[in-house]
Design a protein around this ligand. Structure first.
Ligand SMILES: [Fe+2]
Length: 188
């Protein structure tokens, strides 16, 4: 059968639709696996759920393309994946140790869930750098850091001065800045 233009457009739409739902399905599976991995550690489960929610919100408000959104969501769910390993191995879960231990654990989990190698590699890079703020090299990295800050600024009960400082130093996207200003009622 020879396809005419309308048939091709319909097929393309269906293909995009299938891809979109396949992405949602993969993210939901990863989300549940992360909850299983952190089983019983409800505070940390809620931490990554919040970071995922804000990362997705910022990305969608910024009209980020669907492939980058997929990387952002995957990284937001897994960004602290090294935390339990660090506690067992070093008795500490500081940011640098998490950056060191997290990528290998994420690599195994993402391979088990059949995430593409290219996605996994970028996510491992983001996990390995998400506490490093002086060399942010992409919008996925920027949004992950902003979402993590939105949650940590509240969870760590920081002073308004510290929040204002973080706002000026960290937040770069219009949507992240808007959310931060509204959330903490900043007077800028
Ligand atoms: Fe975090």
């Amino acid at each position: 059968m020879v396809m005419n233009y309308d048939m091709m457009k319909t097929a393309q739409r269906k293909y995009n639709f299938d891809l979109y739902y396949r992405s949602i399905d993969m993210i939901n599976k990863l989300h549940f696996e992360m909850i299983k991995l952190y089983s019983g550690d409800v505070k940390r489960i809620q931490h990554f759920c919040k970071v995922h929610s804000y990362a997705k919100l910022i990305a969608e408000m910024e009209n980020i393309d669907i492939d980058t959104l997929f990387i952002i969501e995957t990284a937001a769910l897994t960004h602290d994946i090294g935390i339990h390993c660090c506690e067992e191995k070093y008795g500490s879960c500081n940011g640098k140790l998490q950056e060191k231990e997290g990528p290998a654990i994420a690599k195994r989990l993402l391979a088990d869930l059949h995430f593409e190698e290219q996605v996994s590699e970028r996510v491992q890079y983001l996990i390995a750098h998400h506490h490093t703020y002086d060399d942010i090299d992409g919008i996925d990295y920027q949004i992950l850091v902003e979402a993590d800050f939105l949650v940590n600024l509240c969870e760590d009960e920081l002073s308004i001065q510290a929040i204002e400082q973080a706002y000026k130093k960290i937040f770069r996207t219009d949507s992240g800045r808007k959310l931060c200003r509204e959330m903490f009622h900043l007077d800028f």
